[in-house]
Design a protein around this ligand. Sequence first.
Ligand code: FAD
Ligand code: 2HG
Ligand code: ZN
Length: 475
Amino acid sequence: MASVPQPDLAPQAFIQALASVVGAQYVLTAKDDVAPYYTDWRHVFAGTGIAVVRPGSTEEVAKVVALCATEGIAIVPQAGNTGLVGGSIPTGMRKEIVLSVSRLNRIRSVDPLNDTMTVEAGCVLQTLQEAADAAGRLFPLSLAAEGSCQIGGNLSTNAGGVGVLRYGNTRDLVLGLEVVLPDGRIWNGLKALRKDNTGYDLKHLFIGAEGTMGIITAAVLKLFPKPSSSTTAWIAVESPQKAVELLAALRGLMGDRLTAFELISRVCLDAVIHCKPSIPDPLPGRHPWYILAELTDGGKQEDLAARAEAAFIECTERGTLLDVALAQSEGQAKALWSIRETIPEAQFTNVKHDVSVPISSIPRMIEEGLADLQKAFPGLVGYIFGHIGDGNLHYNIGMADEEATRALMDKRKAVNEIVYAVVAKLGGSISAEHGVGQQKREAIKLRKSPVEMELMQRVKDALDPHGLMNPGKVL
Ligand code: FAD
Ligand code: 2HG
Ligand code: ZN
């Protein structure tokens, strides 16, 4: 890494210089103003910086970054601050500002014939879903934080969510990017092209880089035909093995119409009902595992419903599923989805893991991991759920009561090691969709090969030779 430029400006003069770029009201330093930017959604990570800066345009972002580059001040990019690995929170290892992109919230254009929209990084995800819908199209990225996460954060984490099975991760939903580079130059890569083989595809360096390569200020996103029919099903299954068999069966019977396939353990459903007692249990009996599945299609609602019903009857006859409740209205479908969306807050405090393994290895991941954990920490509770259609499990570990869970959290490294050992054995990943941030920085060093780590560091050094972009994250 090249030596860091030394500051010329005294701290107050630096603040004034920032204010002259973005306006004094958008440089926050008062304790109450900065507090929400200096801690994460789960209150697991906390830090401080020189200031929180809120530019209102790409040009202002570029001027702030150029000023920081001259002064050797590091930058922590932040969007909706819903990340789960501490990526948007300062670490304190350098003099840092938080650069919030939330004022870059314009939809620059929607082109329904090209099936694209060009949007700024601070647009809230739900606003983009609504804009696509108003244009008669679908923007399929969907996650429980969609009311507050912003597309700049989604791009920078390559977010997954519940639509990956059909539409892919965020990376698959992008055609072009606009990025402010660590030296303050603007790269305008806002191409709305589905084919462009003119050399390296640079946008992929910034997608999933968690703010360590530059600041994404805008993107061209892909739109899709809006489905005209949908069926939402709450399904009971006997075991994770039956769940993956059901996935294969439904894909065979319904093809790409299977849009979402989420695993939910009974433990998670109980936690949701405990957290929000007004939520009813969708099925009469108690079952150990559930699937929330969504099927969507063009064409008539009754055609999809009939086809889905036939598929569920066949799966029941084959013994793949135990029971199923089909939503009879949009309201009932929303109620089923709200169970799934409540899980993150219903099991807020525990040792989190966001792992992926080949779909066929999901049953082993659950069974062998829990068996190994029980040996080391008798009585623990696995809050297991997630996007098993993508081989992605949220493998969260707590104890029966809060005090014991807090004690377990102090031993989180030992818990992580047991889970990660099973992940390694099954050829999986220790971060499927949430990223590395501060949380998994040490852990990836032990699990990626020296060649991979060196390549990543070289790319980082080429783009950010002074290490000013989000230090202490990823690498
Ligand atoms: P932030 O948290 O602000 O930032 C995330 C990272 O991106 C940080 O490293 C930050 O420095 C960097 N960054 C932010 N903006 C920029 C930018 N413009 N340029 C460069 N770097 C930037 N994640 C999933 O993948 N799937 C889920 O299903 C899912 N469900 C969730 C449910 C809940 C209830 C919560 C709280 C979180 C969930 N998450 C999920 C995690 C989180 O919502 C995602 O990681 C999301 O993409 C983060 O977006 P954000 O706007 O909040 O980004
Ligand atoms: C989800 O799928 C999120 O709901 C959050 O990725 C996962 O709470 C978690 O561990
Ligand atoms: Zn998830």
